[in-house]
Design a protein around this ligand. Structure first.
Ligand code: ZN
Length: 82
């Protein structure tokens, strides 16, 4: 049995579907990440996906934990001295 190469037809790259997003002012189709209308120059309200908030939250939580730990150690030291 010989495996013949299967030349798959290259799937056509679908262009940005017009009609999905249109300029509010002139109705020209806009790309998904296009912030300005190339036809009339109107700015589009781009809804950026929210950034990943878990990383800064984790950093802040770690800092808070370290500060609290240091504070607790300082209290214990003070209590020991006092
Ligand atoms: Zn426009």
């Amino acid at each position: 049995m010989s495996l013949t190469s299967d030349p798959r037809p290259a799937e056509p790259v679908a262009p940005v579907q017009p009609g999905g997003i249109r300029c509010d002012r002139c109705g020209a189709p806009l790309a998904d990440d296009q912030e300005w209308c190339f036809a009339c120059g109107a700015a589009r309200t781009v809804i950026h996906p929210p950034p990943d908030w878990r990383i800064p939250v984790a950093v802040i939580a770690a800092v808070v934990v370290l500060v609290l730990a240091g504070f607790a150690i300082a209290l214990i030291e003070l209590a020991g001295v006092g």
